[in-house]
Design a protein around this ligand. Sequence first.
Ligand SMILES: [Zn+2]
Length: 158
Amino acid sequence: MQCELCGMGSSGCRPALVDGVRMMLCPGCMKHGKSVKDVAPVDVQKSILGRIKRPRERDVYVEMDTKLVSGWNDLIKRARKEKELSREKLGFNIGERTITISKIENGDLRPSDEVVGKLEKELGITLVEKAKEVPNIPSGSRPGSGLTLGDFLKTENK
Ligand SMILES: [Zn+2]
């Protein structure tokens, strides 16, 4: 059994609510969560979560400005383990809470651009996919844009 907050293996992990998210916590992390009494066995929860999570992720993240590489949460987790950092330590290093790191690694939370930048730097990984979009400079040839380069420059000089 592995604690979902600190990632440490522990035989005494119990279900608890952390910021409304159900997680398995080791005794050391219990103080961060609210104990849950009647919950379904973990594997059942995991398999249900695994099934409903995939499509939802895609719907939510497609609207974001920055495109993250697929499997970004696993990438973060792997890189952190390679560096032998605990979630607490990684969170401390980039100024985020442990629960935030946990949610990010579980794919429950999409890190903000700022956090993505810090994670890339701290872990030496690349999380952002190169944008294939049109450059963000208005040009007359761009469909739907009424601005010419001249208009753009005028705006800039204001
Ligand atoms: Zn723990």
